[in-house]
Write a protein that binds this ligand. Structure first.
Ligand code: BTN
Length: 255
């Protein structure tokens, strides 16, 4: 286990693992109250909605952080994770990714990061895990072969990626970011993040579509409220969206 210079939490590096989220759950007692694990190769990576997360061995960073203890708004962990990741990419690369609500990070309108948040009960209490996959240096061929037309990597976006140094440095940067944010997040939830999150949120001012209880709904995204919900102005008034897929006009091929 490596020590993170800026934070008290553990930072475990694995040459390969099944899924860093699965590892964090299995080793929750060791990582709690705050710790992280990372690798550059996952054999059973997991995405949202039960999907698999394709492995790009050696060309991506797979990182999971575990947070334990009382949490004011754990349902907004995806928003925290996306903001911490965006800040880490800004610090290391000077990048300014946009956030597609709730948590995809985009460069040039394409996805560079996916986030899967999970929670589990342990003998020491409930823990929350944010798993983050960052596309570092996959070439275009990789996305073509994987059938991921809306994916890209930092290298493809024109950033100088050093695959020897960046996974460890970025993982440490991420842990430092979570360490800085975690006390405030645990106590106050999304509110302290809201202004920065909104400044990066690509949905705002755009036409969006989402699943309503009676079928698809559409409108203009106008706000992200204090509870992290996307506020959409529809013909029938304002609607707060908290779960499900939201498509954004002009992003990922949506009209
Ligand atoms: C998505 O579907 O967009 C979320 C993808 C999340 C992938 C990351 S990679 C690190 C962590 N380990 C996993 O198995 N999944 C998450």
């Amino acid at each position: 286990m490596e020590a993170c210079t800026e934070c008290p939490g553990a930072l475990v590096r694995l040459p390969v693992c099944d899924s860093t989220n699965t590892y964090a759950k299995a080793h929750a007692a060791r990582l709690a109250p705050f710790g992280a694990v990372y690798t550059t190769s996952q054999t059973a990576g997991r995405g949202r909605l039960g999907r698999a997360w394709v492995n790009a061995a050696g060309q991506a960073l797979y990182y999971s952080v575990l947070l334990a203890g009382p949490m004011a708004q754990p349902e907004t962990l995806p928003q925290l994770a996306s903001l911490v990741t965006a800040r880490a990419l800004a610090r290391r690369y000077g990048a300014a990714p946009q956030i597609k609500w709730p948590n995809d990070l985009l460069l040039g309108g394409k996805k560079i990061t996916g986030i899967l948040c999970e929670s589990t009960e342990t003998p020491a209490g409930r823990v929350w895990i944010a798993g983050i996959g960052i596309n570092l240096a996959q070439p275009q061929d990789y996305f073509d072969a994987a059938g991921l037309p809306h994916g890209t990597s930092l290298a493809l976006a024109g950033l100088a990626v050093d695959l020897a140094a960046d996974p460890a440095a970025l993982a440490a940067e991420m842990s430092a970011g979570f360490a800085r944010a975690r006390a405030d997040f645990a106590a106050r939830g999304f509110a302290p993040l809201r202004a920065d999150y909104k400044a990066a949120c690509v949905n705002l001012g755009r036409r969006v579509e989402f699943a309503g209880p009676d079928g698809p709904r559409a409108g203009t995204a106008v706000d992200v409220d204090a509870d992290g919900r996307l506020v959409v102005e529809t013909d029938g008034g304002a609607v707060q969206v908290f779960t499900g897929e939201v498509s954004v006009s002009g992003i990922y091929g949506a009209l």
